[in-house]
Design a protein around this ligand. Structure first.
Ligand code: ARG
Length: 259
């Protein structure tokens, strides 16, 4: 059940060059001018199990979601062809460090721990963690009530960091972001901790359960680049600022989150 469908950390570094995002190598936003060879390529890493930010839509090989639309628009703005690589979430930072990808766009929260390993662009989305439990569960109303309980999370996430601090909790860590939801359904865990917009999207798209308690502290998503790669961070920030100014960011936001 806890089997990893992607790669463990050291392997991910070694093998990331072999994984060329089986899904989405072809970009939809390269310029129509046919200058393919001279075109600059932006290698984007993501873990597409995190709807509505990045996921594989049913019956499609395309990766879709808010982050995917945003980085494609940013790439276009920068004059880069966007190439998307499908990786384990905990393999993203190693892939940046090893140079196998240029940027991780994966609903990644900016935090001090990660800032030691990578640089972040300006924040592009405000999120926060929430607890999901079974509809009929009336015992768990807040994080306090998770003491001694089984909690499902995705490996390497802020939700996992939060869960391991809960007293006597048995934390079950899964490779993908959507696996803990299935485990909750199977009663393999009592609760899931995940990002609120992802849990909310899961519920409105037919997932089972209910959110309890408050959204925990605000978390800002940023795009992660190699430490010291100021040039790329600046280009992304400039493109993001332009998309915010010209209404494109709002359009993408509305598409995925309404109003
Ligand atoms: N925001 C959380 C974090 O940075 C979870 C991100 C998970 N993203 C994903 N694509 N699975 O740790």
């Amino acid at each position: 059940m806890l089997k990893r469908t992607f790669l463990t950390l050291p392997l991910a570094v070694a093998a990331a060059s072999l994984i060329t995002g089986c899904n989405d190598k072809k970009t939809t936003d390269s310029k129509a001018s046919g200058k393919a060879d001279s075109e600059k390529i932006l290698r984007v890493g993501t873990n597409p199990t995190f709807a509505p930010f990045e996921y594989q839509a049913k019956g499609s090989s395309e990766l879709t979601g808010f982050d995917m639309d945003l980085i494609r628009a940013i790439g276009k703005q920068m004059g880069y062809k966007v190439e998307i690589h499908n990786l384990g979430f905990d393999g993203l930072i190693p892939a940046i460090i090893s140079g196998n990808i240029d940027v991780a766009v994966s609903g990644m929260t900016i935090n001090e721990e990660r800032k030691k390993a990578v640089d972040f662009t300006d924040p592009y989305y405000t999120s926060g963690l929430i607890i999901l439990v079974d509809k009929n569960n009336d015992d768990i109303k807040s994080i306090k009530d998770l003491e001694g309980k089984k909690v499902g999370v995705q490996i390497g996430t802020t939700g996992a960091n939060k869960a391991v601090k809960i007293k006597n909790a048995e934390v079950k860590q899964y490779n993908n972001s959507n696996e803990p939801f299935l485990e909750l359904d199977n009663k393999g865990v009592d609760a899931v901790i995940n990002d609120q917009p992802v849990v909310a999207y899961y519920l409105v798209t037919g997932g089972h359960g209910k959110m309890v308690g408050e959204i925990m502290e605000a978390e800002l998503y940023g795009m992660a680049v190699k430490k010291g790669n100021k040039d790329l961070a600046q280009k992304i920030n400039a493109a993001l600022a332009e998309l915010k100014k010209n209404g494109e960011y709002d359009k993408i936001y509305k598409k995925w989150f309404g109003s």
